[in-house]
Structure formats: C-alpha cells, structure tokens
Design a protein around this ligand. Sequence first.
Ligand SMILES: Cc1cc2nc3c(=O)[nH]c(=O)nc-3n(C[C@H](O)[C@H](O)[C@H](O)COP(=O)(O)O)c2cc1C
Length: 170
Amino acid sequence: MNKLNFEVLAKENVFDLINKEWMLITAGDSSNFNTMTASWGGMGWLWNRPVAFLFVRKERFTHQFIEQNSRLTLSFYAEEYRKALQICGSKSGRDTDKVALAGLTPLKLEDGTMTFDEARMTVCCRKLFATDMIEADFADAELYKKFYNANAGGTDHTLYIVEIESVYTK
Ligand SMILES: Cc1cc2nc3c(=O)[nH]c(=O)nc-3n(C[C@H](O)[C@H](O)[C@H](O)COP(=O)(O)O)c2cc1C
C-alpha cells in the first residue's frame, strides 16, 4: 500500500465516490472495532485542513465506536465488493460477525485504525467535531419529517467533521 496525503483525493469525483461507490466507516482497534456502509457524506476544506463530513445515526452500533475512539477510517472498494458493502449496510455488528459474512479481511494501519485488505483506498481520519442534528435546527422542516422517523431511516444523525490525515492506496 502507498501512503499518500489528501491531494490524491483530487483525482476522485467525491460525489460519485461517496454516493455511488459508497464507503465503509470503521472505528475501533484491532481487538474491538465495527464497520458500516455509508453513502451520505462529503469532503472539503475547513479550519485550514482537509476534512470529511459524516452522518451516522445514533442507533448504529458503529456510532458508539466512533464516539469512543479519536480516529476512524473511510474505505472505498471496487464494484466487485458491492455485495460486501450491502451486507455491512444491512446487518449490525451488534448481533452479526458481518466482516466474516462479507468476506472482508481486517487490516491494522500504523496509526492503530482498522481497514480491510480489499479496499482500493482508505482515508484515515481524526475526529474534530461532532453534533447531533436535532429537529429544531432544520431550516427545512420537511426534511426532518421525511428522513427521521421509524419508516424512513430512523433516529437523528450525528454529524462528524473529521480531519483527513492520510490516504492509503493499493
Ligand atoms: C448504501 C447504504 C448507505 C448507507 N449510508 C448510511 C449513512 O450515511 N449513515 C448511516 O447512519 N447509515 C447508513 N446506512 C445504514 C448502515 O450502514 C446500517 O444501518 C448498518 O447495518 C449499521 O451497522 P452497525 O449497526 O453495525 O453499525 C447505509 C446503508 C446502505 C446499504
């Protein structure tokens, strides 16, 4: 794997990368970690550094791993791993060994974070900011009605802003 800085991300179309390719958000260490699929998010520039924006609902098992750890990874996969990402986006690590089910191979990085050997690219991130996206803060009230209820997605998101510290590619 090649360790690069954020500039390699300029070669990517971030809209396609996140919304179409999807990503795994993985938090925790080699002895205790969890991963989940995400297709909402962004990458950009804030506080004079490259950042990513993540939206994780509070009921996700991964949420507590993100809360308890200062770093996490975002990993990206070729189309052949679509099924693996579907599994990681529909099963919960609370009650399933979905990493095994998805056929992914855990890989520890030098900062102690976790990714998977199958990833074509892994973005290592450090948490900078977190806030819960509560109903009162929605300028468009319809969005809250549409996306935050038992029939559509579930509970509130936590917005995480994370610093992009390094990028690994194969
Ligand atoms: C394509 C796709 C995209 C998803 N995007 C998100 C997301 O951005 N935020 C989120 O909280 N959940 C998202 N999910 C749902 C979680 O991946 C799913 O609930 C997962 O089972 C949570 O696993 P966990 O309980 O082990 O954390 C997505 C699921 C899929 C299939």
